[in-house]
Structure formats: C-alpha cells, structure tokens
Design a binder for this molecule. Structure first.
Ligand code: ACO
Length: 437
C-alpha cells in the first residue's frame, strides 16, 4: 500500500498576523506546511518574512522519503513497507541492503549479482592497511572507521561523479563491502593482532566474524547461530529514517560531495554518546544492580529521580520498540551457544517489573533497541568501543539509501538553515595598535 501525498480543498491553515491584521491561507500537504509559505508573512514590505525556530529539527520535516516508516505510538518500523519483524525473521542483511537501496526486493538473478558484487569488493587497497597501522596503539575503533571511510574518497576519486547512476552504484557496493573490513581492522589494531584479509568463500556476516576473530587456523567458521544473530542485529540497525547520523549524511551530501565523505559524516555523528552509546550504559547499570534481589531498590531509585533506567524510553517510540522484541529473542539464541550471562536474567526481571509499574506505564517507557543489544555484543566478547562500529556497519545501507534519495530529489537544496542573530551590530573597529596602547 502506498502512502500518497494528500492535500485537498479544505486542507489549509489560516494564519492571522496580529501585527498587520492580514490573514494568510497556507496549504497543508501531508500534515505539513511549507516553511517558504511563511516567508510571505511580513510586518512591512521591507521586513523579512516569518521563519520557524526549531533547534534539533524536533518538528520539522527536512525531506520526503520512501525508505523507512515509523509509527512510534504503535511501535511499527517498516523498511520500504516491509515490517521489521518479517525482515529479521526471513531475510538476510544483504537482501535488506538491496531492498533499502533499490526500493524493491531482488529477483534471484538480481540477488546473486548483488551478493557477488559485494563479496568481490570486500578487499581494500594495501595502502589503507598502511595508514590504519599508523594510528596510535589505543586508537578508538570508531575514530579509525570514520577516518578510513573518509579516506576511501581519495582511493576512488571517480566517486565525485555523483550524477552518473552506474558510478553511484559502484561506490555503494564498495562501501557496503568494505565497511566490515575497515571495522574488523580497527578492532584488530587495538588488540595488537594482525589484520585478516576477507575470505570470499564466506557470507557477509561470517566473513566479518572471520576478519575479527581468526588467528592461526586455516579457516574461521563461526557457529551459524552466532552468524544469524549478528546478521539480524545488522538488519535491525539498517535504517531509522531521519535520525542524527542520517541527517548528517544528507546534510553533508547536499553539498554534492562524494558518498564516502558523506558517510564519514554519518559515522562521526554516530560516534557521539547521545546517538550510539546507550547499550554500554545498560551493561554498566545491570552490573551495578548485581542481582535480582536488588531490582526493587533500583526501581525505587528511578522513581525518586536518583537513577535512570537505561535502555528504556525513546523520543519516537511510545510503545515497545519493535527492534527490542527481536533482540531479546536473539539474545537467548546467542546465549545458547556462548553460555548464559547472569545479566540477562537481571535484564528480563527488570523489564518485567518495570512494565508492571505505573511510573513506566504512565510515561510510556518501554525497552528500546539498546536494552538487550549490549548483552549480545558482550557475549561475542566485543569490547564496548566496538558497539558503535557494529551499529555503523549495519546502518551503512540506510545511509546510502537516504543519500541516493537525496541526490535524485529535485526538491533538495544545499542544507543551509537560517539563524536568529543575537550578537552586536555596527561596532566601530579599533586597530590593535590603538586598543593595546
Ligand atoms: N528512566 C527513567 N525515567 C525516564 C526514562 C528512563 N530511561 N526515560 C524517560 N523518563 C521519564 C522522564 O524523566 C520524564 O519524566 P517526567 O515526565 O516525570 O519528567 C518522562 O519519562 C518523559 O521523558 P523525556 O525525557 O521527556 O523523554 P525524551 O523523549 O526526551 O527522552 C530518551 C528519550 C533520551 C531516550 C530517554 O527516554 C532516556 O534517556 N532513556 C535512557 C537512555 C537510552 O536508553 N537511550 C537510547 C535510546 S535508543 C537510541 O538512541 C538508539
């Protein structure tokens, strides 16, 4: 079912400017008014028109998009119209990447070609290896990933030709293919372990695990259940419409820079603790609680405002985050292989108690994607610094789908918000020789 633009005769907004007594009728389309329509509302002809003030774009649509649909009240997340639950259960990360970028599911031939292309672009230029070796021994892997994705723009200068569809396709394939290589090498660098080259006999996620964990064995073949769990986590993180990092990709991409530079901006945004870091905070919280018997005291602390229940609540979801449900199930599958983590029992009990407590119910606070994901990553023995790198690998197809939509959208312009100037005006400059005399 498509979501057509809707505007009909009576879908207008009447605004009275009490400064002038003038009325304005502004069309409403898809529940929004065009900010430029407010520009006609002026106190006098030589005055600037009305603008909106919206730090953080809390109530401003920056684009029309057909990639991802979210209904936060109902807890719905769909990529290109397909519910996340079905994709997580029945699809694969590469198929979801194809869907996000192309807008439709692949035929058998299209899927085979896509997997082949991605698989054969997993290697990076040897010089990438040399510069990654140049980072400090304790470099944060996310900083290394950000720098190395940006550096790919120098290896593929043709990527600047963003008007050519074949060229765009090539760069998107390269980026999805090389992100796991860059992510795994960032991890290996911090561990002081040799970089492992891609193994093209393996699938996308199995190859990533091989580049992360292979030592002297001839071939590294991870347990299928672990491969599936990580693949599902990548699917769940693949897109989330206009979040901070996607907005960064679109904003930087609007200057018509190459896609590697635009995606590096997305990685940079995701590096920040307000975006990619809550799952680590959940682990710290569960460790601090320590045992099930301590949960009631902890909940009391939350209700008194002394604590925050990390991994609960979301700006958009006012219902169970659909990704959290799937992750909870994945956590159980992973612990079947790795042995259970006592923190999982604390997490499940904490969730149960919180969901029955009026404090959380009345505020519509439910588990979000981060409540269980840190536990899974820990079971893989990833250090917390790697959590955002995993997020970035999963989010890459989403960033690229949104970038592609941006460069093909005739309505889009270079991102350039207005400001409300609050500084001085018309001062008289006194040269330093006089000021300091
Ligand atoms: N624990 C306890 N109380 C909470 C929590 C929480 N995790 N989240 C919100 N509340 C309370 C607030 O104190 C507020 O109560 P009040 O009405 O009595 O003042 C009420 O619920 C509404 O919360 P807001 O802060 O208005 O919600 P907002 O949408 O601004 O914040 C956020 C959303 C930042 C995610 C918040 O819920 C939070 O801090 N959660 C914990 C951190 C977390 O898990 N972040 C990951 C989000 S998912 C992601 O980014 C990938």
């Amino acid at each position: 079912m498509s979501n057509e633009a809707s505007t009909s005769g009576n879908e207008t907004l009447t605004i009275r400017d009490n400064r002038t007594g003038h009325d304005y009728e502004i069309p409403i389309t898809d529940g929004t008014i065009a900010a430029k329509d407010l520009g006609q509302i002026k106190a006098a002809d030589d005055q600037p028109g009305i603008a909106t003030y919206d730090p953080g774009f809390v109530n401003t649509a920056s684009c029309r998009s057909a990639v991802t649909y979210i209904d936060g009240e109902k807890g719905i997340l769909e990529y290109r119209g397909y519910p996340i639950e079905q994709l997580a259960e029945k699809s694969s990360f590469l198929e979801v990447a194809y869907l996000l970028i192309h807008g439709a599911l692949p035929t058998k031939e299209e899927m085979d070609a896509w997997v082949h292309e991605i698989t054969y672009h997993t290697f990076v230029h040897e010089n990438v290896k040399s510069f990654m070796e140049g980072f400090r021994y304790d470099a944060h892997p996310m900083g290394m990933l950000m720098a190395s994705v940006g550096a790919l723009s120098t290896f593929y200068p043709d990527a600047r030709n963003i008007g050519d569809p074949d060229n765009r396709h090539m760069q998107m394939v390269r980026m999805i293919a090389k992100m796991p290589t860059l992510g795994a090498w960032s991890y290996r660098h911090a561990q002081g372990k040799p970089f492992i080259y891609p193994d093209n006999d393996l699938g996308y996620t199995a190859n990533f695990l091989s580049m992360l964990f292979k030592m002297s064995e001839k071939k590294f073949e991870a347990d299928e259940r672990l491969v599936k769990a990580l693949d599902v986590l990548f699917i769940l993180h693949a897109d989330h419409e206009q979040n901070c990092s996607t907005n960064a990709v679109r904003s930087v991409g609007s200057s018509e820079v190459d896609p590697y530079s635009a995606v590096a901006a997305g990685v940079a945004a995701l590096y920040g603790p307000l975006h990619g870091g809550a799952n680590e905070a959940v682990l710290r919280m569960l460790r601090r609680i320590g045992s099930k018997s301590e949960i009631p005291a902890f909940i009391e602390g939350v209700k008194n405002g002394n604590e925050k229940l990390m991994g609960f609540g979301h700006r958009v979801y006012k219902n169970y985050d659909p990704r959290a449900k799937i992750i909870k199930k994945s956590a159980e599958d992973v612990f079947e292989v790795t042995g259970t983590n006592p923190l999982l029992d604390i997490a499940k009990e904490l969730e149960k108690i919180a969901l029955e407590d009026d404090y959380f119910v009345s505020r519509k606070l439910y588990p979000n994607v981060d409540f269980y994901s840190g536990l899974i990553y820990e079971a893989f023995e990833f250090p917390p610094e790697m959590f955002t790198v995993l997020f970035a690998i999963g989010r890459t197809p989403g960033w690229l789908a949104q970038w592609l939509e941006l460069v093909q959208d005739k309505d889009q312009k270079i991102a350039r918000p207005k400001q409300i100037y609050t500084g001085d005006r018309q001062l008289t400059f006194v040269p330093s020789s006089e000021r300091w005399a």
